[in-house]
Write a protein that binds this ligand. Structure first.
Ligand SMILES: Cc1cc2nc3c(=O)[nH]c(=O)nc-3n(C[C@H](O)[C@H](O)[C@H](O)COP(=O)(O)OP(=O)(O)OC[C@H]3O[C@@H](n4cnc5c(N)ncnc54)[C@H](O)[C@@H]3O)c2cc1C
Length: 428
């Protein structure tokens, strides 16, 4: 079989063994067919299987092939645009719901890691680093905002001296530590979640690109060599979906971002750079993000290529950023460099919705997707579950038209009522 391989990254080189799943070559049925095996698809699959529905996942390449298997690995709470921005769009009352959900994705990841014993180098603690006093004021506001939405006890503002104790550079004015942030080996998280899907009885097919969705009840999801008839479909292809559903493509734009990984650093150097092993992202609009791997490499990402054209020389773009933050790494070798695509929306807020009655989608987390995608999987499973059980229980009851139509329904009903009450009186 010739499934498109994982991009050549540090993650692919250190991935846990995972047996290649077969290509779909037959016609099968399921309650739910999920298109795409990134975190959105995998989290949806696990939550749906846990609730008792049958699930088939179709992946065009390999499980975790997209952004989920090649990202910075940073567990960042909230959304790409924060809750205050959502509040301006949807009003205070509705924003409260987003406030409750903003910190759920990280909890879902930790729950899955624990319940399914996923070995993905999970570490706690993420730092937002300010490069100037304006960004520091923004972090003060962010702390107040998150605490207003119930995120208490996790956040700690750091001044210039404070941040120097957790990041070994002098470029920052200060920062905000979120102890409930953290980092993971992203591909091993995806593969561990895929293992969980299989252990729950879900079916997964790799090298099985969906080429058409025939809408209907059931919907028919077609690949080149097979098809899945499903009561519900979840579209989770995100930046790699291309034009399968032009209406989704029209409201989003794939963007590339690049990551480099150094050779393993000595314990002393690693300890000097990130003594608490937190992950870090700065507060620039086009931000730098970095962290240590389990084997002491520095994984450093940054830059955005709108439209997702792959840059010719990734190291030439990212290495100068890394050296600006950590000049002492000037002679360190770069072992891996890769690019990956995330999906940008105009509002920088994710898009979740439904096409027709039974095709659900979630896409466009605009850069901060590790937590949101896990939340999205749970939300999609909740709505499909309610649809598949309670809603369908009512929906299966027949809806008869009143005899006589709009004009005669009142007199006909009155005659019927008179007839039945006469029978009551006569005791027949
Ligand atoms: C380099 C990089 C660094 C990042 N760093 C971070 C970070 O540190 N923290 C953070 O929060 N976010 C980060 N992100 C964003 C985050 O990784 C994504 O938002 C998230 O992983 C998206 O998950 P997903 O499941 O929606 O999509 P993806 O992981 O992209 O998965 C989509 C899958 O669908 C498949 N697919 C597409 N079309 C079809 C089809 N027709 N048929 C079948 N399968 C199909 C693809 O092959 C792919 O495997 C980063 C993104 C990139 C690219």
């Amino acid at each position: 079989m010739t499934a498109l391989p994982h991009t050549s990254s540090y993650y692919a080189a250190s991935a846990k063994p995972f047996e290649l799943q077969a290509q779909l070559t037959e016609s099968i049925e399921a309650d739910v067919c999920i298109i795409g095996a990134g975190y959105t698809g995998l989290s949806s699959a696990i939550h749906l299987l846990e609730s008792g529905l049958s699930v088939v996942v179709l992946e065009a390449a390999r499980i975790g092939f997209g952004a989920s298997g090649r990202n910075g690995g940073q567990i960042v709470n909230s959304f790409s645009r924060d809750i205050d921005s959502i509040e301006r769009t949807v009003g205070k009352e509705n924003a409260r719901i987003f406030g409750e959900m903003a910190f759920e994705g990280g909890r879902i990841i930790r729950r899955l890691v624990k319940d399914y014993q996923i070995d993905c180098d999970l570490k706690d603690g993420g730092v937002f680093a300010a490069l100037n006093s304006k960004q520091m004021h923004h972090l003060e506001d962010q702390k107040a905002l998150w605490e207003r939405h119930g995120h208490h006890g996790w956040l700690e503002l750091m001044d210039n001296n404070g941040i120097a104790k957790v990041v070994g550079t002098d470029v920052y004015t200060g920062g905000l530590l979120d102890k409930s942030g953290g980092h993971i080996h992203p591909l091993n998280l995806a593969l561990g979640e895929a293992q969980a899907v299989l252990s729950l009885g879900g079916k997964m097919y790799e090298d099985s690109a969906v080429v058409d969705i025939v809408q209907g009840e059931p919907a028919v999801v077609k690949t080149a060599k097979g098809q899945v008839k499903a009561k519900y479909v979840i579209v989770a292809g995100n930046a790699y979906l291309s034009n399968l559903l032009p209406q989704l493509q029209a409201k989003s734009m794939p963007c590339g971002t690049q990551v480099i990984t150094t050779e393993p650093l000595s314990d002393e150097v690693a300890q000097r750079l990130l003594p608490q092993d937190y992950c870090v992202e700065d507060c620039n609009y086009l931000l730098d993000y970095y962290r240590l791997s389990a084997d002491n490499r520095l994984i450093y990402g940054g830059g955005v290529v709108y439209g997702a054209r792959d840059p010719a020389d990734i190291e030439a773009i990212i290495r100068p950023k890394m050296l600006k933050t950590f000049p002492e790494l000037a002679s360190v070798k770069i072992d891996f460099a890769w690019t990956g695509n995330f999906l940008l929306t105009l509002s920088r807020l994710p898009q979740m919705g439904r096409i027709g009655t039974n095709i659900y989608y979630s896409q466009g987390c605009s850069g901060h997707g590790v937590t949101y995608t896990h939340l999205a999987g749970k939300v999609l499973s909740e709505v499909i579950n309610a649809h598949a059980t309670r809603f369908d229980a009512f929906a299966q009851l027949p809806h008869y038209p009143f005899p006589g139509g709009h004009a005669l329904r009142v007199p006909f009903s009155a005659i019927g009522a008179w007839y039945y009450s006469l029978r009551d009186k006569l005791g027949v």
